[in-house]
Ligand binder design. Structure first.
Ligand code: SF4
Ligand code: SF4
Length: 321
């Protein structure tokens, strides 16, 4: 029987990008596979839920769970993996702060169901049939997951030990986390396993960022060809680097695209979106209402800009039915 540390991977409300990021380890994936025993990874290996249920509690050294929690099945799996794992890591923005799926919290569950199963232009559903959680036919019965009222981050459902941020996390962060696990050199519980610095501090364009930025309008990336050497925020693009945790090596900025905030806030910032809003507001030059309105016109989707990854964890949480 293998004595290597047992590791699990699981996905909940996820796009699959976080699973892909494990493959992005490239040759380092061989180091990981050689050093640990992967005992659960439904995306890549044929383990079943029953296999996990049969394991003794706390027998998995660490589970890296990606994706937000939206359904009863995801909630059940989060509780099961919490029970079976010594260390539970929220992997990626969706598990860390609710991620892009958390934007659904702008709408009630009923609004979402009605649009998807009745009102969407591509929907043909004369009987207005909705998904059932219990189905019976020819003597066979099956239970299906129920959609919960809101999208939640992992730590809004179970106790979480560590967070690896990013949409998806970089291979380096994953490798560093696995090495820290193997060596037993983990930081205090609750830590985000990425540097506690802003993206600007890792950005090669930081020297071109003026001390005081004074913008009369925000622009969207498709509206300008940005100078690849200069600070994007100073060029009018709402770059969230000043209010977002680094550790990504500013890869989006290297690709001439502004930071969208996927690493979440630095330590001690409670509401990432509020921090972003506060910073961007401080860069607006206008003081009169008409000038402020003109500046804000460049941000047509404020919630999707300020809370793209963090609506589930914001103070307001979302719409209440
Ligand atoms: S964090 Fe990003 S890459 Fe990972 S599951 Fe969520 S949306 Fe996909
Ligand atoms: S605002 Fe954006 S482009 Fe400017 S220095 Fe910060 S991360 Fe770089």
């Amino acid at each position: 029987m293998s004595t290597k540390p047992k590791i699990g991977f699981y996905w909940c409300a996820s796009c699959g990008g976080c699973e892909e990021s494990v493959v992005d380890l490239a040759e380092d994936v061989l180091m990981v596979v050689g050093a640990v025993d992967i005992v659960f990874w439904p995306c890549a290996m044929d383990f079943k839920k029953a296999d996990v249920e049969a394991m003794p509690d706390k027998s998995i050294v660490a589970t890296l769970l990606n994706g937000a929690i939206r359904s009863s099945e995801q909630e059940e799996m989060a509780h099961l993996l919490r029970r079976k794992s010594q260390v539970l890591i929220a992997y990626g923005s969706c598990a860390h702060t609710g991620g892009v799926p958390g934007l659904a919290n702008q709408f009630t569950r009923e609004q979402i169901m009605k649009y998807v199963y009745e009102d969407a232009p591509t929907m043909v559903n004369d009987k207005k049939t909705r998904p059932q959680t219990h189905f019976k036919e020819d003597g066979r019965e099956t239970e299906l997951p129920q959609l919960r009222n809101v999208v939640r981050a992992l730590d809004q459902v179970v106790d979480v030990d560590y967070y690896i941020p990013g949409c998806p996390p970089t291979p380096k962060l994953l490798k560093d986390a696995v090495l820290a696990l193997l060596s037993g050199k983990l930081p205090p519980k609750g830590s985000v396993l990425a540097p506690n610095i802003a993206v600007c501090q890792q950005c090669k364009r930081n020297d071109s960022k003026p001390q005081d930025i004074s913008l009369t309008e925000f622009k969207r990336p498709h509206q300008i060809i940005a100078d690849p050497e200069k600070c994007l925020l100073a060029q009018g693009l709402p770059c969230l680097g000043p209010a977002t945790r680094g550790g990504c090596d500013a890869v989006c900025i290297q690709g001439n695209m502004p930071c969208t905030g996927c690493f979440g806030p630095v330590d001690n910032v409670h509401d990432h979106g509020a921090k972003i809003l506060s910073y961007l507001a401080s860069t607006a030059a206008g003081k009169e209402q008409k000038d402020i309105t003109k500046t804000l016109a460049g941000i047509p989707d404020p919630v999707g800009t300020f809370y793209r990854y963090g609506l589930a964890k914001c103070v307001l949480r979302g719409k209440v039915s």
